[in-house]
Design a protein around this ligand. Sequence first.
Ligand code: GAP
Length: 517
Amino acid sequence: MDLMEKLVSLCKRRGYIFPSSEIYGGLNGCWDYGPLGVELKRNIKNAWWQDMISHHDETAAPGSAPGSFGMVGLDCSILMNPTVWQASGHVGGFNDPMVDCRETKSRYRADQLVVYRLLAADSVPATLADEELLYAAPGEVGKTAEADLIQPHRKHVESLRKKLGELRLEPVLDALSDASLRARVLAPGAKEPGSLTAPRAFNLMFKTNVGAMENNSSIAYLRPETAQGIFVNFKSVCDTTRVRVPFGIGQIGKAFRNEINPRNFTFRSREFEQMEIEFFCRPEEADDWYRYWRDRRFQWYIGLGLSTERLHLREHDRDELAHYASDCADVEYAFPFGLSELEGIANRTDFDLRQHMEASGKDLRYFDDQEPDADKRRYLPYVIEPSAGADRAALAFLCEAYCEDEIGGETRTVLKLHPRLAPIKVAVFPLVKKDGMPERALSLYRALRTQFNAFYDEKGAIGRRYRRQDEAGTPYCVTVDGQTADDGTVTLRERDSCEQQRLPIDAIAAFLAARMS
Ligand code: GAP
C-alpha cells in the first residue's frame, strides 16, 4: 500500500473521513468528516479564524507588516443574486476544458490529460510517423510511469522496441486541440486510437432554481468561491464598522464546483470549504501588502507543523496569471501524489470592486476623510486575496502527521498532529479497573473535559490503549495508577517520543494549556 492508500484507510478506520452517502454507493467528489475529522477540520478553521481575524495582532505576526491594520469577519449566504456571478466573470469564464472518451465513456479535464509519444532513447526516427501511436494519461508531465501507460499495449510497444531499442516518453503538447493528432491518440483504457473528443468549455458552477418556478429567471448558482460575498458587502462593512483602509475581511464557508475529475481523496472535491481573506489597501501599497500576505500565509502552515521541506512557494509566471490578477503565488505542499496547491495569494487589483460597481450602479469607492489631498480621498482600493482550502489543509496536515515507527520492536502507526489541531487533546486511563483507579481517572477526565477535548478509556491492556490514541493523533495520555492514591501523581505519556513523566494530578490542566497555544 502506498502512503495515500494507508492514509485513506486510517481515515476510514478511525472516523476521520468517510465517502459521502456511502451506504448508497457514495457520490463522487463528496466526503463526510467523521467524529475525529470534524474536530480536526474545526481546529484548523478555528486556528485560521483566531490567527487571522479574532486575535489579529499584526505586531505578533511573523515578518513586518507595512503598517497597522484591522481584520473583521463575514458569513455570507451561499445563494446570491445571479448578477453577482455575471459581474465577477464566473458565468462567462469559470470554465475547464473537457474531453470525453467515446469508447470508455470516461470524461477528463483536457489540461490534466498528458499526451505522450514513444521515442527511441537517442534518436527521433523520421520514418516512425505511420505506425506511431500517441498515448494519453491522466497526470502531469513526468509523473506517469512508462509501465502504467504502455502496459495495455505491450505488443505494439514491444514491436517498436525491437525496431528502435530503448524507448522514452515525450509529451506532445496541444495534441488534443489538433484534429489530426487527436486521431492518433490512444485514450486511457481504450483499445482504439481516436476516441477522444475535441476539448470544449465546461462551466464549473452548480445551477439551481430559487422559488417555485423553474425557468431562466429563477436560476441561481451555488457559490464557487466565498470571495464574491465579501466584495458585494464591502460597502456595508465600511458603512457599519470603524474599519479604515488598509483592512481585511475574512470568511470561512462552503464552496461548490462541478469538477470534471474529482480526485486524490479530498484534494479535489465538488463540495469543499474555503478560508478566504480579501484585504483592501491603497493601490500604491498593494505590492508591499501582497508580499506581506504571501509570506505570512506560508509561515502559518509551518507554525502548525508542515515541514519546510514539503512546503513550496511558487510565484506564477506573467502568462499564467488570471485576467484579474497582477501577481499570484501558490503555497504548494508535496502530497504523496505530487506537489499541489494548498492556497493561492493574489493581487486582484480593483477588478472585482470595479466590476460590481459597474454592474450594480452603486458607488463602491472608499472615502478616506483623513487624507489631506482632496484628489486622493475617494478611490477604489486594491485587493490582496489569500485564499485557502480547509479540506486541502486538513489533508496536508494528515499526510504530514502520518508516520509508522518502531517502538520496543513493534511497529506503530501514529498521527503526529500539532497539539492545537489534534481532535482529542488528552486521553485519561486507569491502569487497571480496581483499587479506586477508575474513580480517580474519571474525576480527572471530567475536570479536563471542561477545558479540552478529552477521552476516557478503561478497556484493554494499557499498551493497546496507547496505540489507539497514537492512531487517533492524541498528543497526551494520562494514566492513573497505584502510586496516584499515595502521592497524588499520575503518568503523562507524550505521543511522539513515547516518553513518560510523573506529574501531580493538579498540574495536568496547566501542562496541557501551555502546549495547546
Ligand atoms: N477566490 C479565489 C479562489 O477561489 P482558487 O485557487 O480557485 O481561488 C482557492 O481556490 C483554494 O480553494 C485553493 O487553493 C484550494 O485550497 C481550495 N479549492 C479550490 N478548488 C477546490 C476543490 N475542488 N476541492 C478542494 N479544495 C479546493
